[in-house]
Design a protein around this ligand. Structure first.
Ligand SMILES: C[S@@+](CC[C@H](N)C(=O)[O-])C[C@H]1O[C@@H](n2cnc3c(N)ncnc32)[C@H](O)[C@@H]1O
Length: 201
């Protein structure tokens, strides 16, 4: 991407191919760790080039991949179709507008490697809550708040700038301010954690 897209979350550019696959050799394991279940309706929010979307599509009944960058959605669409799957819709839009982008409530919203760049996090959490069924779940996969020079992949420091990274406590506080409650916090080695939320009563 050369020209910044309006509304683009800071520090959430899709990484160059190669090291992403090395960092995430088991995307299905990540989904299992945060509780994505077979046969459900799932949104992959800020889906990028579909590295996680593909694994969700293998598991879920249906997936809606949402990203602000149409070029990345095209790559994701190609990846999923190449695998012979047809249970995925691709929607271009701003994550803040989630409630307007989907028409029916879903079981699960999965958001990896993007929450750190959201300027108004409670606003995003409220938008997610509005798209979830009453017993739905929102999982955020975030880089740990470690200095960037310590998170080396294939011999180089990777991931968002150190000052953009959020601790689990910061993430939990921001999402709970959007009327959701933490129900699970899991480690996703080597550099990430997953925080799982349910709509507050
Ligand atoms: C670092 S990539 C992660 C992609 C994918 N979740 C993964 O982990 O492989 C972050 C993605 O967020 C998308 N993004 C940034 N701002 C957005 C916004 N306001 N609404 C929707 N998507 C956005 C970017 O286009 C990019 O594809």
């Amino acid at each position: 991407m050369t020209t910044p897209l309006p509304g683009f979350f800071e520090g959430t550019e899709m990484p160059t191919a190669g090291w992403w696959e090395a960092l995430w050799p088991d995307p299905a394991g990540v989904l299992a760790a945060v509780g994505v279940k077979a046969g459900t309706e799932v949104i992959d929010l800020c889906s990028g080039d579909g590295w996680f979307t593909l694994q969700i599509a293998k598991l879920a009944r249906h997936v809606i991949a949402i990203d602000i960058d149409p070029g990345l959605l095209k790559v994701a669409r190609h990846r999923i179709h190449e695998s012979g799957l047809s249970n995925c819709d691709f929607v271009c839009g701003d994550a803040y507008e989630l409630a307007e982008l989907v028409t029916a409530p879903v079981d699960f919203v999965f958001m990896a490697n993007a929450f750190h760049g959201v300027p108004d996090r409670p606003r995003l959490a409220r938008a997610v809550r509005a798209t979830l069924k009453g017993n739905g779940r929102f999982a955020i996969v975030n880089w740990h708040q470690r200095p960037r020079e310590e998170t080396m992949v294939l011999g180089e420091p990777r991931g968002p700038r150190t000052e953009l990274r959020l601790s689990p406590e910061q993430t939990i506080k921001a999402v709970e301010a959007g009327s959701m409650n933490l129900i699970d916090l899991v480690e996703i080695p080597p550099f990430h954690y997953g925080a799982v939320f349910a709509p507050a009563a």
